[in-house]
Design a protein around this ligand. Structure first.
Ligand SMILES: Cc1cc2nc3c(=O)[nH]c(=O)nc-3n(C[C@H](O)[C@H](O)[C@H](O)COP(=O)(O)OP(=O)(O)OC[C@H]3O[C@@H](n4cnc5c(N)ncnc54)[C@H](O)[C@@H]3O)c2cc1C
Length: 289
């Protein structure tokens, strides 16, 4: 690895100014579990790492009138033990448990996972089914967008030059929404997802499905929602037959590839099974309320 400078600004604007000053030669550093590996393999012409883990607005987990705010630099280990996450977003806790091994979870951040933007990012499905939004800090101030719009392509987000991912919001209306996350990898630990999936639903007073959400990873260029499958569920009784139909529609909304880990057909079968199981478990949780 080539030598580079290191800066640890304590405000977003200070970090943004450093990025503007150094241009392409600056890289943002979170926990470093993706970035340092990348720099080892492709050192490039980096002159400075701008560590954003000391910026207070990027840290912490709190409940406000708007919902649950998760700082982008919250580590998996922190999320896994945080009382608000355990109470309101157990599927995000479950997803965090599946990332890498203890070392990765103690350093890696949820924001770094979203910015890396690989199709298999394990944080994405459970956030997408809760209609998460993200706040982006930039030279002209902050903007908030739905997480779904943040993902643009494989390893490509909508972040503009000198912009930073500051925080993630789960809307108040979705705190505690019955939901479930599943990941399938080739090993129990230290495995990227062949497929990961999450679902979330409410049951209304007639015990019909309301606001269904399905999100799936590693089967398209970015983590995706399955809007046709969701539409098929809305306003209906959650029978096994209906959930099976929705899972089949979700398969048709994916574009998995063949690679050295699994064939596209195997991934389609996983989507079918995992979507059904995520929906079924969400319905079970909702039925007990
Ligand atoms: C051994 C190992 C196992 C892993 N297992 C998994 C796994 O099971 N599932 C999974 O999804 N991932 C896995 N990963 C990938 C990685 O750990 C996660 O994506 C992690 O969440 C990245 O977070 P980080 O804070 O370490 O990001 P960093 O490595 O610090 O940064 C990642 C990217 O995001 C940018 N960035 C970071 N923070 C910000 C910010 N606030 N604003 C703008 N840009 C930013 C960086 O410039 C870099 O491009 C694994 C990695 C390793 C090394």
């Amino acid at each position: 690895m080539r030598p580079f400078e290191y800066a640890a600004p304590t405000t977003a604007q200070e970090a943004i100014a450093l990025l503007a000053e150094h241009g392409d030669r600056a890289k943002v550093l979170g926990g470093g579990t993706d970035l340092i590996v990348d720099l080892k393999h492709k050192p490039g012409n980096i002159s400075i790492l701008v560590d954003v883990t000391s910026i207070p607005e990027f840290l912490g987990i709190e409940e406000t009138d708007e919902g649950l705010r998760i700082g982008s630099m919250a580590k998996y280990g922190e999320i896994m033990e945080h009382p608000l996450c355990l109470e309101y977003t157990p599927e995000i806790v479950a997803a965090s448990h599946t990332v890498g091994a203890v070392q990765t979870r103690n350093l890696g951040t949820i924001g770094g996972n979203l910015v890396t933007c690989v199709p298999s990012a394990d944080s994405a499905p459970s956030l997408l089914v809760l209609d998460a939004e993200v706040t982006i800090a930039g030279p002209d101030g902050n903007r908030r967008i739905p997480l779904q719009e943040f993902f643009v392509g494989p390893r490509k987000t909508c972040l503009q030059p000198h912009e930073l991912l500051m925080e993630i919001w789960i809307p108040k209306a979705n705190l505690g929404k019955p939901s479930h996350f599943l990941k399938f990898g080739l090993r129990k630990g230290q495995a990227l997802a062949l497929v990961n999936a999450a679902a979330a639903i409410w049951l209304d007073d007639k015990q019909q499905i309301a606001e269904p959400r399905i999100a799936i990873g590693a089967v398209a260029p970015t983590p995706i929602r399955a809007p046709k499958a969701e539409a098929h569920l809305a306003g209906k009784k959650p029978t096994d037959e209906l959930l099976t139909e929705a899972a089949e529609i979700a398969v048709s909304e994916c574009k998995p590839i063949d690679d050295f880990r699994a064939s596209a057909n195997y991934r389609r079968q996983l989507v079918r099974t995992m979507t059904f199981r995520c929906l079924k478990r969400s319905v079970e949780i909702a039925s007990k309320r």
